[in-house]
Design a protein around this ligand. Structure first.
Ligand SMILES: [Zn+2]
Length: 348
């Protein structure tokens, strides 16, 4: 066997554009072949069969899909999908819902985002007072969310933003009162700050997670007692902006702090549901991880984390300031839907 043939056999790959093109109904959702959508949007597609991974690339964009996975890697950042990537008779499929609510708003933000100048940012240090948040040994989450918020507030003010804090002391604030303050004061962005904990895999589980509001009609990434709530909230009006905001902050945290990427995720947390402006909740790492926890308790590291969040905010600002730049994440112009999908705001 020739050397090239051996290599091809080892890699066991096939070009995606050899697969079928029709949209299908699958698990109660409209699914389309990834290859068809990718090619229609000017990307090249390669399917690696052994790992069930599908790569789609252009000069400026790299997408990675994995069959049966609820995540897509978009330019190096893990982003939760509402429905898993599927494989039907060897054809990799993605839900039209995820193309509409997640992939397209991130790849072509200029088409989906309402341009707005950012002036005021509301920071929400999680927990406080009688609500300690996660506790490990003598460390309480509420202490470090406030410390990070104070550092972030200083840095954002230096960058020229007005900053509102939902609490500046160790006080208890009801959850609905936090976004209510941001709404009342006309904040342009809302950032809730938390640190995470797990009882399973404490030595392994680490890294940030950044949450934005769950799209209408989907389940949350981690449904904590939300049951089958698929409904709409006031926050869904800024759903595309919140997704892009979460993406930019998660990307900055992962890249600038070299952290393990646990992804952009969806949730209907009260602080997200009730916010009128683009809103995210940052879980800045795990207090239960032996190494990451020591970093969280270190002021120098929290300063670096605040710098990374500021960079994420500035990257979001660059993408959303008027006049809006289009297709900044991906250089290619999007094309129409492959099948019927609800019209999106800002679509030409
Ligand atoms: Zn928390």
């Amino acid at each position: 066997m020739r050397k090239t043939s051996v290599l091809a056999a080892m890699l066991c790959f096939s070009l995606c554009f050899s697969v079928a093109h029709a949209a299908v109904r699958f698990n109660g959702q409209d699914y389309v072949p990834i290859a068809t959508w990718v090619r229609a949007n000017g990307l090249h597609c390669l399917q690696l069969r052994r790992g069930d991974e599908i790569f789609a690339t252009s000069r400026t964009t790299r997408l990675v899909f994995d069959v049966k996975s609820h995540y897509a890697e978009i330019n190096g950042v893990q982003v939760a999908l509402s429905f898993p990537v599927a494989n039907q008779k060897g054809v990799a499929l993605i839900a039209q819902f995820d193309l509409d609510t997640t992939i397209r708003p991130l790849l072509f933000p200029g088409r989906y985002i309402t341009p707005k100048t950012l002036k005021t940012i509301c920071l929400d240090p999680g927990h406080g007072g009688k609500d300690t948040g996660n506790r490990t040994f003598w460390h309480s989450e509420k202490t470090y969310t406030l410390a990070l918020a104070s550092e972030l507030s200083d840095q954002l003010k230096k960058a020229g933003f007005n900053v509102i804090l939902t609490r500046s002391k160790d006080t208890y604030i009801e959850l609905p009162d936090r976004p209510a303050l941001a709404n009342r004061r006309g904040a342009d962005l809302f950032v809730s700050l938390h640190f995470n904990a797990t009882q399973i895999g404490r030595d392994q589980v680490k890294g940030p997670e950044t949450y934005c509001i769950t799209p209408v009609g989907a389940s949350s990434t981690n449904a904590r007692g939300e049951g089958s709530d698929h409904g709409s909230t006031i926050a869904n009006r800024a759903g595309d902006e919140s997704l892009l905001f979460a993406y930019q902050v998660q990307k900055s945290l992962v890249q600038n702090l070299n952290m393990n990427d646990r992804g952009v995720r969806h949730a209907r947390f009260i602080v997200l549901c009730n916010s009128k402006m683009p809103a995210i909740l940052v879980e800045g790492g795990y207090m239960t991880h032996p190494v990451e926890s020591e970093k969280i308790y270190d002021a120098t590291y929290r300063r670096q984390m605040a710098q990374a969040i500021v960079k994420g905010i500035l990257a979001y600002q660059k993408l959303t300031s008027p006049p809006a730049s289009s297709a900044v994440l991906g250089a290619n112009k999007p094309v129409g839907h492959l099948n019927k999908a609800s019209p999106r705001k800002g679509s030409p």
